[in-house]
Write a protein that binds this ligand. Structure first.
Ligand code: SAM
Ligand code: SF4
Length: 345
């Protein structure tokens, strides 16, 4: 006899990953490469040494690991890097992972990119089910852009962003606030994003990895940016809906949404729902702590998915309550030795 059709089509029950502080971990960020075609001042040194190929997860290994998280309730996957769109075969991975969108297991498959390759890939991303992307853009001034990214060229990125919008991707612009570089441009960036229909998120610099720049000089507290914006505009706080580190306001005058990511001036850890996988298969339970779990060792040792699952559960059991970033004038070293391009932003 036929069963209840609803029961028959219900996906298998998922046991979510819950950390010791009761936070459900349902967001995985995956760094798919440590390489990049830019050398942003705050992110990389100019003469970066990249990982040997044997250390880097294959696309199949990334798929296996990400899919294991999806089985345990991950609803959102973000591909990042390095620059994800310079990884050879990246679209094969995106298309493969999109099966979890089709099955309904995943709500969102998305990407953070510098935009340099978007003109080429925007259409394919949209066709694979990607709906929104984050594009990092710190300035609209060509000379400053070349200075900040060292190797990047603004027109190429603007073309990429236009291609993304034309393909129907919703674009969120990530702008790292840099004292003495782009602090006078936040108004222009707001006007441009409002006119183009993009969201804007401002990010404070984080002390990750050795770079040539002095971060103390570049650190621009967003509390100050906000105060300055409030002299001209009415910012209305929006309730936190993402569970993420961004706090959003609506600008009454334009209706535009503006986000602030303030790891240093606002502690967002209590609502943290995410973990990060590096391209070497290390799972970082917190962007601001050094503890990690070597999932590459597990998947290269066995094809047993239960062993992988056990390793994931053990790792989530070590997720710390929070981070302790400080940009310290006295400390010559960054708070964490690894670069953002290793863990993924
Ligand atoms: N290459 C891609 C991009 O630039 O969007 C993805 C990787 S990048 C590491 C991700 C995000 O991290 C970017 O928005 C970048 O601006 C940000 N980022 C890199 N280093 C940072 C730092 N030290 N502090 C704050 N944000 C940083
Ligand atoms: Fe590359 Fe992104 Fe880092 Fe800039 S921020 S160097 S684009 S990985």
């Amino acid at each position: 006899m036929a069963g209840d059709p609803l029961t028959l089509h219900r996906p298998p029950a998922v046991t979510p990953l819950v950390d010791p502080f009761g936070r459900t971990i349902d967001y995985l960020r995956v760094s798919v490469t440590d390489r990049c075609d830019f050398r942003c001042l705050y992110c990389m040194a100019e003469d970066m040494t990249f990982l040997p190929k044997a250390e880097v997860l294959s696309l199949e290994e990334i798929d296996r690991l990400a899919s294991a998280f999806v089985r345990r309730g991950t609803r959102k996957l973000r591909l990042t890097g390095g620059e994800p769109l310079v990884r050879r075969g990246i679209m094969d991975l995106v298309r493969s992972l999109s099966r979890h969108l089709d099955s309904g297991a995943l709500d969102e498959l998305t990407m953070t990119t510098n935009g340099s390759q978007l003109a080429r890939f925007a259409g394919e991303l949209k066709a694979a089910g990607v709906r929104r992307i984050n594009v990092s853009l710190d300035t609209l001034d060509e000379a400053k852009f070349a200075h900040v990214t060292r190797w990047g060229r603004l027109p190429q990125v603007m073309e990429g962003i236009a291609a993304a919008a034309a393909a129907g991707l919703h674009v969120k612009i990530n702008m790292v606030a840099l004292a003495g570089i782009n602090e006078d441009e936040i108004g222009d960036m707001l006007s441009w994003t409002a006119a183009a229909g993009h969201d804007l998120v401002l990010i404070e610099t984080m002390p990750l990895g050795e770079v040539a720049e002095d971060r103390v000089d570049r650190y621009l507290p967003l509390s100050r940016v906000r105060r300055e914006l409030e002299r001209r505009l009415t910012l209305i706080d929006l309730p936190d809906s993402t569970g993420g580190p961004a706090r959003y306001v609506r600008i009454a005058e334009t209706g535009q949404r503006l986000g602030f990511i303030t790891p240093l001036t606002h502690n967002f850890c209590e609502s943290c729902n995410r973990v990060r996988l590096t391209v070497t298969g290390m799972l970082y339970m917190c962007l601001g702590q050094d503890d990690s779990a070597d999932l590459r060792a597990v998947i290269r040792a066995t094809s047993d998915e239960a062993a992988l699952d056990a390793a994931m559960v053990e790792a989530i059991g070590r997720k710390p309550k929070g981070h302790d970033f400080v940009i310290d004038r006295r400390a010559a070293r960054p708070a964490l030795a690894r670069h953002m391009s290793v863990t993924g932003g």
